[in-house]
Design a protein around this ligand. Structure first.
Ligand code: AMP
Length: 126
């Protein structure tokens, strides 16, 4: 798959939009009015959850520019709650967001990777 152009218009047929509409399945971890969290299909750590906003945002850049303050606050609180509910605060965890070609973003609906469950090593390799 090609990397996402973070300035492209939102594609309502992207895979995460389809998961939000219930057209495709996911292993749901958490949901509220602002966010849906589900297990990544190709986990890179013992815990690898994706947290996505319910609104239509292509990328972190798009989200920061266009989302109302209440949506941004609600989403960030949801990410923190998912990590807390999964028992990751004490051992620690990593949040990651990929933007554009250099970031390696593939799915054009903004998402945060929440990884943990073991020491994750250096932040960037390769
Ligand atoms: P990114 O490179 O940041 O766009 O990451 C996209 C992530 O979505 C990858 O870690 C994929 O494994 C994950 N992914 C793709 N399709 C699905 C799906 N249907 N359910 C759960 N995770 C998915």
């Amino acid at each position: 798959m090609d990397a996402v152009d973070p300035t492209q218009p939102y594609d309502p047929e992207n895979i995460f939009a389809r998961i939000l509409r219930g057209e495709l399945p996911c292993e749901k971890v958490y949901e509220d009015e602002f966010a849906l969290a589900f297990n990544d299909i190709g986990p890179q750590a013992p815990v690898h959850v994706l947290v996505i906003p319910k609104g239509e945002y292509v990328s972190w850049d798009d989200f920061c520019l266009k989302a109302p303050d209440a949506e941004i606050a609600g989403f960030i609180r949801a990410v923190g709650k998912v990590a807390r509910d999964l028992g990751l605060v004490e051992p620690g965890y990593r949040l990651l967001n990929n933007v554009g070609p250099d970031g390696g973003q593939i799915v054009p609906h903004m998402h945060v990777h929440l990884c943990g469950g073991k020491p994750l090593g250096r932040m960037i390799s390769g």
